[in-house]
Design a protein around this ligand. Structure first.
Ligand code: SAM
Length: 235
């Protein structure tokens, strides 16, 4: 496992390495047609289409990326992990926000998502992104080194959440925080996008799961129309 993690991690060296070479840990599950989420959490449809869906220009209307990043009050030098980074929609601008003294671990189970993140990082001229091709049940982050863990629209994908959150908790540096943004449960026909209703998790459930790992809400942001946006820290 340790060897697999080593293989799955590389410091972004623009143009010098290929994410396609990374090995993938994972599980087999079938894609449910059309909604861009794997039936057993992992996506097995066309990753290019999935990434394009995550990057649709109309996402900004409800995701308010710049406002989210401003609300995080990131400091130069901060060490951030974006777990389930997808095509780097948040990871890359966060890498710019923390500057060259800071770093971002862009973590995903899908090598093609990491390849997309690498491309966006190159276009943005940032070189402080470390791509981590994690296993489904382990974010593969170093223990005690991450100031801020950001999870956007991904919490509902994690298998065995208590065990997964415990690993995230262990990755936090002293005083660190975990930020979770995910969909307020709503029937799909009322929203028209996002995960299917059976995958949506109420905030109260997330709070209880975080509390079991010793994390409590310290800040809630209420400006996202479709989502809760909560920062957790150790009790
Ligand atoms: C809905 S996308 C969100 C991507 C990104 N956070 C965003 O907001 O654009 C979910 C991402 O989580 C990844 N993912 C699913 N299960 C995961 C796991 N157990 N660990 C890490 N990443 C995972 C998927 O490959 C996908 O890229």
């Amino acid at each position: 496992m340790r060897r697999m993690r080593r293989m799955g991690r590389l410091v972004l060296a623009i143009g010098a390495v290929s994410v396609a070479a990374i090995s993938v840990g994972g599980c087999a599950s079938r894609e449910r047609a059309g909604h861009g989420h794997g039936g057993g959490h992992r996506h097995h449809g066309d990753i290019g289409e999935y990434a394009a869906m995550l990057e649709r220009p109309d996402r900004e209307g409800w995701q308010k990326r710049d406002k989210v990043i401003a609300a995080l009050r990131l400091k130069p030098g901060e060490r951030v992990a974006d777990v389930g980074c997808g095509p780097g929609y948040f990871a890359v601008p966060i890498a710019s926000a923390v500057g060259s003294a800071g770093k971002v671990w862009a973590v995903d189970v899908e090598p093609k998502m990491l390849e997309r993140t690498r491309q966006h990082a190159t276009e943005a001229g940032v070189s402080n992104v470390e791509l981590v091709n994690c296993a489904m049940d382990d974010p593969g982050l170093p223990v005690g080194e991450v100031d801020t863990i950001v999870i956007v629209n991904t919490y509902h994908h994690f298998p065995n959440r208590p065990a997964y959150i415990a690993k995230l908790r262990a990755a936090l540096a002293p005083g660190g925080r975990l930020v979770n943004i995910d969909f307020i449960p709503k029937p799909k026909e009322e929203r028209g996008f996002g995960p299917p209703e059976w995958m949506q998790i109420p905030r109260a459930v997330v709070d209880a799961e975080m509390a079991a790992a010793g994390l409590v809400p310290v800040r809630s942001h209420l400006f996202l129309p479709e989502q809760y946006f909560v920062e957790y820290s150790a009790k």
